[in-house]
Design a protein around this ligand. Structure first.
Ligand code: ADP
Ligand code: MG
Length: 729
């Protein structure tokens, strides 16, 4: 066997679980130990300052610059007690990760010594030397400045020796260069619009919060095996590898016993996460071998997004302590399930009501239906944008590839809710008016059974499913920043709720009683957005045909899907809600196209290299052995007999020649195609060419490599195989 492969497989096989030191305290005691949460704010800040900060966090009231110094001083005191020496503004640029630049607290003390300093100015605003973050041309070189600004709504936390301060990242000209700034704007927009609608039902509502509970799927691979796979190392996925004879067919991994090495990793990860205030709750095996899932209790959306970004970083770090690498790529292995990140999303009021959950009274249920139907309308009207919000070069392997959700956004409602909507749709206006009656609410919306709350009627093929008290946006990629999906969804709903209020108020002004006006508008919406509602099998071919007939966006090319952001109705939606301007949308699309191209470009290079310096040489060497054997057979059995005895080997010799020739030709052709594509000026056009021409070549070359893997002597094959990557832990 190839020496390296043999060694890493053997080492991986023998590895034992790492002992995880368990804290002496109970989880409730060490929870949020490293977070500057309210308890710490209370302890370390003067009471006036504490009150102002809490008011800013809860109600978005502007923070007086003058108290920033007091906050910084309190934060610094706490951080230094915790052994911290550095601080950083922590932000989410338009890449997949987070960015940070660490500065020490030290300053000159003016007396030739040093002192530890952290002022309000440093807390509130920084200017990261950041001209190399993706910006889509917003910051051209003469104005290559951007700054990060503190987001008080997400608490500061400590990683190792560094105090991390969550911030937004914007250009000097005001455009956002990150995910957080537009997310906060979208959350504010949906808050305001939803409060206005809530007041139809309860005048006391002052604030509506969007919640997010993400479920993070991931793979673990032994570190040694990972290091022996340049494709995993450089692209996050295997660009070649034949199916393992056994993979997920037996369905024996899902919810099975967690292997001990993995269990140790999970335990370690959970302790670290809890210390960072991430309320992790659920862990289990996923469908594919070596695939797992982690989910916290849901939180306010902005905080949940930060926690997801943070946990992905923590996962990467902790996995290495256990001799693993964590794969967050959406499709690390062909032929087994990919990874997603279900985004469980709902809205709740400051009066303690979950708006997407049915209640006990007719009023509650009318409110519930109002929010569900408006959500459907938003998803219907902006289904293209929602798809664009979750599309990427990596997630493309899941969407539309006969697994996970299809590349068409539709919503599953389940039997009971579907019946309720059908009932509303079929009622005439007079029915509705008589139902609502003069005495107020006497709605004949069939009592929505409480059972609905524990909706077990799950349809796993739906990208946007109602699950009892929330919607579950399942098309989000495992590696993605959830913000992208949450920006689109919350902004679309905000726009829709404003429209709803306007529509209802217009009827009320014409003399219609409020309740019947609401019902009337809801009824018209149910009809209008019917196309988005689909409870059937989203993977079926019939659905693709049907969805196209319904006018839903069925585009599968990722670079073209991005066009959705620039359609007039999308720009109107994002600008109308104050979430993103046209300039920002254009710049972001430039970044998306460029990123798409780069990802495929890297894959093409890595595949080309591996094909030429790992696969072809080994196949040729094996072929030489076969040829040698054929000649020797000829010596041993002269004449006819040797031809007969060598028939199989001659076939193999030919097959290897054919396949290696194909590989070589196509690697060359791929290089040429890239050279041509790289000259294209427009990022959009370039990405389209990469999608249309390069991606199919990757697949075609891979096909022949995988075939060679099946016939070449296993002892000579250098790259760890699927059966090793997926089953050894
Ligand atoms: P599943 O059966 O889909 O795995 P879970 O019960 O594990 O569902 O929940 C998945 C996620 O949904 C968790 O993060 C959970 O906290 C979250 N969740 C539950 N209710 C809501 C809600 N109303 N809004 C947002 N997220 C929620
Ligand atoms: Mg779920």
């Amino acid at each position: 066997m190839s020496k390296l492969r043999f060694r890493v497989v053997e080492t991986a096989f023998k590895k034992k679980a790492v002992e995880v030191p368990v804290p002496a305290e109970r989880p409730a005691e060490y929870f949020a130990k490293y977070v500057f949460n309210r308890a710490k704010m209370f302890k370390y800040l003067p009471s006036k300052v504490y009150e102002k900060l809490v008011d800013a966090i809860d109600n978005g009231s502007p923070l007086d610059r003058s108290i920033a110094d007091d906050i910084a001083a309190g934060m610094k005191k706490w951080a230094i007690e915790m052994g911290v020496t550095h601080y950083t503004h922590w932000f989410h640029p338009l890449t997949e990760g987070t960015a940070e630049k660490h500065d020490a607290f030290v300053e000159h003390d003016g007396k030739g010594g040093m002192m530890e300093e952290f002022s309000g100015k440093l807390l509130v605003q920084q200017e990261p030397d950041a001209s190399s973050f993706p910006n889509g041309g917003i910051r051209n070189t003469f104005e290559a400045r951007g700054y990060s600004a503190w987001d008080p709504s997400s608490p500061a936390f400590i990683i190792d020796d560094t105090l991390c301060i969550p911030t937004i990242f914007i250009a000097y000209t005001g455009e956002s260069l990150d995910y957080k700034a537009p997310l906060l704007k979208a959350l504010r927009a949906v808050d305001k619009a939803a409060v206005d609608v809530c007041r139809y039902f309860n005048p006391d509502v002052k604030k509506v919060v969007a919640y997010l509970g993400w479920e993070q799927e991931y793979f673990l691979v032994d570190e040694g095996l990972y290091a022996a796979r340049p494709d995993l190392l450089l692209t996050g996925r295997t660009l070649m590898g034949h199916d393992s004879a056994k993979n997920q067919q037996l369905e024996d991994h899902y919810f099975g016993a967690i292997p001990t090495r993995v269990a140790a990793f999970m335990k370690d990860l959970e302790i670290e996460s809890l210390k960072l205030g991430i309320p992790v709750k659920t862990r289990h095996n996923e469908v594919a071998p070596n695939q797992f899932e982690l989910a916290p209790i849901y939180e306010e959306c902005n905080l949940a997004v930060d926690h997801n970004m943070l946990i992905m970083a923590v996962m990467r770090k902790v996995s290495r302590r256990h001799g693993f690498r964590v794969l967050l790529h959406e499709k690390p292995f062909k032929g087994v399930n990919g990874s997603g990140k279900h985004n469980n999303w709902s809205l709740g009021t400051d009066t303690g009501i979950l708006l997407m959950a049915p209640g006990k009274t007719p009023e509650d249920n009318l409110r519930f239906i109002t929010f569900v139907v408006n959500t459907l309308m938003a998803v219907y009207r902006h289904n293209g944008v929602l798809k664009a919000s979750i599309s990427s070069a990596t997630n493309a392997h899941r969407l539309g590839a006969n697994e996970a959700p299809p590349a068409i956004i539709s919503s599953f409602l389940g039997k009971q809710l579907s019946q309720v909507l059908k009932h509303i749709e079929e009622s005439t206006k007079d029915d509705l008016i008589s139902l609502s009656g003069k005495q107020g609410l006497k709605l004949d919306i069939p009592q929505i059974p409480e059972l609905l709350i524990d909706n077990t009627d799950r349809n796993r093929t739906s990208p946007f499913a109602f699950t009892g008290n929330r919607f579950e946006f399942r098309a989000v990629g495992s590696e993605a920043n959830c913000s992208s999906a949450m920006i689109a969804l919350n902004a679309a709903l905000a726009e829709q709720l404003v429209k709803f209020k306007k529509d209802v108020d217009t009827l009320v002004e014409k003399g219609e009683p409020k309740i019947s006006a609401i019902l009337e508008i809801i009824r018209s919406y149910v009809k209008e957005c019917k196309a988005i509602h689909f409870d059937g099998n989203g993977y079926s071919d019939e659905w693709k045909v049907e969805a196209a007939k319904r006018g839903l966006d069925c585009e599968t090319s990722v670079p073209v899907i991005f066009d959705n952001y620039l359609k007039p109705e999308s720009i109107a939606m994002f600008e109308g809600t104050g979430v993103l301007t046209k300039v920002e949308l254009e710049a972001r699309n430039e970044v998306k196209w460029e990123t798409y191209t780069k990802k495929i470009q890297i894959e093409a290079r890595v595949l080309g290299d591996l094909a030429m310096n790992h696969i072809t040489p080994v196949a040729t060497q094996y072929q030489t052995n076969l040829i040698d054997n054929v000649y020797k057979m000829k010596d041993l059995f002269p004449g006819e007999k040797s031809t007969r005895l060598s028939a199989k080997n001659l076939e193999l010799i030919e097959e290897i020649s054919d396949r290696t020739a194909y590989i070589k030709e196509h690697v060359d052709a791929m290089v040429e195609a890239r050279k041509v594509a790289n000259k294209i000026e427009s990022e959009r056009e370039k990405a389209i060419v990469y999608h249309d021409q390069i991606v199919p070549m990757l697949e075609a070359i891979r096909y022949h490599i995988d075939k060679l893997e099946l016939i070449v002597d296993d002892q000579m094959w250098t790259l760890p195989k699927y059966r090793e990557l997926l089953f050894i832990r």
